[in-house]
Design a protein around this ligand. Sequence first.
Ligand SMILES: [Zn+2]
Length: 143
Amino acid sequence: MPVLSGRCHCGNLRFEFETRHTPETLPLRTCQCSFCRSHGALAATDPQGRVVITAGDPEALQRYRFGLGITDFLLCARCGVYLAAVAEIEGRCYASLNANALERRAELRQEPQPISYDGESAEQRRARRAQVWTPAEVITGAH
Ligand SMILES: [Zn+2]
């Protein structure tokens, strides 16, 4: 599968996203929660893909939790970029990427679909993510 690369502004956090999509066909969502709205995040996932997220300096990988507390929002503590959200579901890691961090973000074409997940229980949220999010691995101290 082709690989789409992404990184935070300073390059400390990176991802390599294996997906059947190109930037032109990648479905995009704008989550309406206050966190995603304040970051202007564009969510992208591919349940048939795979992503490896790496942090060169683990000290500068900031994990932020709010709400149900079942998601780690990964931010770079150096440059402030929000890179991805990750969650562990039944022992497996899944991610939703911020497509604005893609190196090829200028090629994104899909109209983002606004979605609100308010009112979901933790169980509903895990079940949805296990279907829709991208199987992921987070590696620290990698580059
Ligand atoms: Zn950074």
